[in-house]
Design a protein. Structure first.
Lengths: 182, 182
């Protein structure tokens, strides 16, 4: 996995892919599927919606760390499987054949099978709205992966696969932060 | 445009499309392009990232109302155009050939050319993080529209078009709220 400049990391989430969020509570790894994410800043800062109904929430609050891992279309059944069982009674890494990889800045694991991984620190928890604010502190992309299409959950049990890409970089140039020029 | 049950409205945004947000400050309509959105609750509640750097922000704060309009791929150049000029000196509805349509619950206009429109009330502004929390109070979908593919901004000036859809409704059933069974 190749390190990605922090200034480009927001582009991993801006399109709204379904992602994994991993945690380590000091004893064991856990992973959840999250579709409710948002970019807050190019720093990068992100928001995710989660709360006590997710088993991972306690680890997030306790450790103030997580990893956002971005899966691709070939992992659809792992995304759905992880999202429909609980770390309270399941070792999801084992059950779904996901490989935890040690990160550098956080104890939560990266996922080897994913296209990209973002090590994150919790910078705020807005309990009133079940929002957790995360800062990306390191990120990696698996450049060797051929399949790069992510999935977008609709919320009704269907998922949209990335289709073709349209380039409007020239028109958008005034809005694209320095350094994000792939 | 056909009314959509409120319980299904979160599915319009969960996949992370680039959207328009319209406002009316009491004098004139304005519209901005926003890619940084998130579902907060099935109610539906949404979060968007915006702040004083957007001309629309003042109207959002003052009126506590807006409309989220969801454009499709054929509107790509309106999405980019609206996102790269300011309501401070431009009538964007006129410039980009967007047709404002009177909503029922808010003064901000719906956009006739869009696939869907969600009338929203501002329920909270989290200034520290530039997050506005919105409640969807009415929504409409244009069923007569053939083009239904939305766009997902990457943040580098490129946009991903919706590709094929994968159905995992049976596996996901335990996680899908009652009433969301298209």
């Amino acid at each position: 996995m190749k390190k990605l400049q922090l200034g480009k990391v927001f582009t991993l989430l801006e399109s709204g892919p379904a992602v994994f969020v991993t945690t380590n509570d000091g004893e064991k790894d856990n992973v959840m599927t999250i579709s409710w994410t948002m970019v807050l800043d190019f720093a990068p800062l992100f928001a995710i919606t989660t709360g006590p109904w997710n088993h991972s929430y306690a680890a997030l609050r306790k450790t103030k760390e997580c990893v956002i891992s971005i899966p691709t279309v070939d992992l659809i059944d792992k995304i759905v499987g992880v999202g429909t069982c609980s770390g309270a009674d399941t070792d999801k890494f084992e059950k779904f054949g996901l490989t935890p990889v040690k990160g550098k800045q956080v104890r939560a694991p990266l996922i080897r099978e994913c296209l990209a991984n973002i090590e994150c620190r919790v910078v705020d928890i807005i309990r009133k709205h079940n929002i957790i604010v995360l800062e990306g502190v390191a990120a990696y992309v698996d450049d060797s992966r051929k399949e790069k299409r992510t999935l977008h959950a609709v919320g009704d049990g269907t998922f949209i696969v990335d289709g073709r890409k349209i380039d409007r970089r020239k028109m958008m140039r005034s809005k694209i932060p320095a350094g994000v020029w792939f």
